[in-house]
Design a protein around this ligand. Structure first.
Ligand code: ADP
Length: 401
């Protein structure tokens, strides 16, 4: 049986097809859906990767879905399709596990839209299109928030009036859950220790970024909050901020709510600090002596270091720190700055191992970069959110995985 994993955005559908032993068979994306000129990239993975690019108009998500199904069929794939797993960003307090989709589940996901007005509607569109066109297939929703369903109230409650929590769901939910869960399991396998004995801090550093404290396999604190804006410095998002900054921007500087939203989410973070958000370019500029790029790197890595200290205290111990996602996996300079002079936490890198780490080529997608006698393991782990969604989809159906 094959499992199709869909990640539906407002104008795109990303997909991956796995077999039931979680081997990747095909992947791709349809983008610029609903725009005058769309594009699809379809890849087939059978030993080597072959790629086909389709320039066409995709009027809606249904057209995009047809394109990807046609591409699978042309590649001799998809006949054995047994399930579809959907990434859904926000499950609120409703969903702490993957859910087999029916009308009631769709209604409950829809009820979470106020918590994720940009993401959940697009995820729902993907679900409705796939369910409408392939009604015979079981479909499973896998939530970015679900892994953090184990947070205790002391970590998820904000010190705001209780009615704001009760009536409006204002609390910390956390995101990137599939990634944090995936790399935590990989870490336990690599260390050859049971996950339920380990205290871990996982750092998902992509365009969005979050840190999670994981005790015995359970998320006990995480840096993203009601929305993915809180916590670490990100590509274009500010992360932690004095909430009075918003009031100041509105009252003293005259910005309206939409402008403030755009500033905090789209023109802050690394972009706001130095004019760009690609860590590769920022790293180059910093090495060439650019002061803004250097400051951006310092603010970015200092914030992560503060979370390492805080989460070590929250966990009451630390066995491993895990770097993952685009920046975490590929930027040794960031990892070195984060881990510099942290012997107080038991963290010490092996500089050569860090510089040479090539997680793409490593067995199991894991490279250890700590000094041999360090108390805490520091690992670079290749994340794979789609594989995790495929695995959780199979588990929800009671199958292999
Ligand atoms: P997203 O959150 O959009 O999935 P990614 O996990 O792909 O993002 O991370 C994007 C960031 O990772 C960018 O800042 C980019 O500079 C960095 N990055 C991605 N790939 C590489 C690479 N091969 N080498 C260095 N940095 C990379």
């Amino acid at each position: 049986m094959q499992v199709l994993v869909l990640n539906s955005g407002s104008s795109s559908i990303k997909y991956r097809l796995f077999d039931d032993s979680l081997t990747l068979l095909a992947s791709g994306l349809v983008e610029r859906i609903g725009e005058p000129s769309g594009r699809a990239v379809h890849r087939r993975h059978d030993g080597e990767t072959t790629e086909a690019i389709e320039e066409a108009v995709f009027a809606d998500h249904a057209a995009g879905f047809h394109s990807l199904i046609a591409a699978l069929e042309q590649g001799g794939l998809g006949e054995d399709l047994g399930a579809i797993g959907h990434r859904v960003v926000h499950g609120g307090e409703e969903f702490v596990a993957p859910s087999l989709i029916d009308d009631e589940v769709v209604a409950r996901i829809r009820a979470q839209v106020p918590l994720a007005p940009l993401h959940n509607p697009a995820n729902l569109t993907g679900i409705e299109v796939a369910a409408g066109l392939r009604p015979e297939l079981p479909q499973v929703a896998v939530f970015d928030t679900a892994f953090h369903g184990t947070l205790p109230p002391r970590a998820y409650r904000y010190a705001l009036p209780t009615e704001l929590y009760r009536e409006h769901g204002v609390r910390r939910y956390g995101f990137h859950g599939t990634s944090h869960a995936f790399v935590a399991r990989r870490t336990a396998a690599h260390l050859d220790r049971p996950l339920d004995e380990l205290d871990l801090i996982t750092l998902h550093l992509g365009n969005g970024a979050s840190a999670t404290a994981i005790s015995g396999g359970r998320s006990i604190d995480t840096s993203m909050g009601l929305t993915p804006l809180e916590g670490l410095v990100m590509g274009t998002r500010c992360g932690d901020l004095d909430p009075a900054v918003l009031l100041h921007l509105h009252r003293q500087a005259g910005y309206d709510l939409d402008q403030i939203d755009a500033i905090l989410n789209r023109s802050s973070g690394l972009l706001g600090l130095c004019g760009e958000n690609d860590l590769r370019a920022i790293d180059r500029r910093a090495r060439d002596g650019d002061a803004d790029a250097e400051l951006a790197l310092e603010v970015y890595t200092y914030r992560i270091r503060k979370y390492l200290g805080a989460y070590t205290a929250a966990l009451g111990g630390l066995d491993a720190v895990v770097f993952t996602a685009g920046v975490g996996e590929n930027q040794p300079g960031v990892r070195a700055r984060v881990c510099d002079d942290l012997e107080v936490l038991g963290i010490r890198l092996d500089a050569a191992a860090n510089a040479a780490a090539d997680v793409g080529a490593a067995p199991g997608g894991v490279v250890a970069i700590h000094a041999p006698d360090a108390r805490v393991a520091v690992l670079v782990v290749a994340t794979d959110e789609e594989r995790e969604i495929a695995e959780q989809t199979l588990q929800a159906l009671g199958g292999a995985g």
